[in-house]
Design a protein around this ligand. Structure first.
Ligand SMILES: [Zn+2]
Length: 108
């Protein structure tokens, strides 16, 4: 009985050690990604675009940008006016969906 308990304890210690190792690795990766994100986001993005994006990220459950499919916003599936599609396609300004506020992007 004692031997079995010790065997189980050893196994548990091993599992527990593995979990610690995985958590440490994940935390290291997260820190690296956060550094990368900071560096990329602060360099060339205009501050007002960055703050809009950050605001939308938290307001729209982490999805601040929506693709356009024809005239349909893929974030909320509402159709947007043709003149807005034209503005999106021109690509010189940020155009937000009138319904869900997400920044529209035409993948084509
Ligand atoms: Zn939308």
């Amino acid at each position: 009985m004692q031997a079995e308990i010790e065997k189980e304890l050893a196994l548990f210690a091993e599992f527990s050690g593995n979990v610690d190792k995985e958590v440490a690795a994940a935390e290291k990766r997260l820190a690296g990604l956060q550094d990368q994100r900071k560096a990329r986001m602060s360099s060339k993005v205009p501050p007002e675009a960055l703050s809009l994006y950050t605001r939308l990220l938290s307001a729209r459950e982490g999805v601040a940008i929506a693709h356009l499919d024809g005239r349909t916003c893929q974030g909320c599936y509402m159709e947007i006016p043709t003149n807005m599609v034209v503005r999106v396609n021109r690509g010189v300004e940020l155009v937000q969906c009138p319904s869900c506020d997400r920044i529209l992007h035409n993948p084509r």
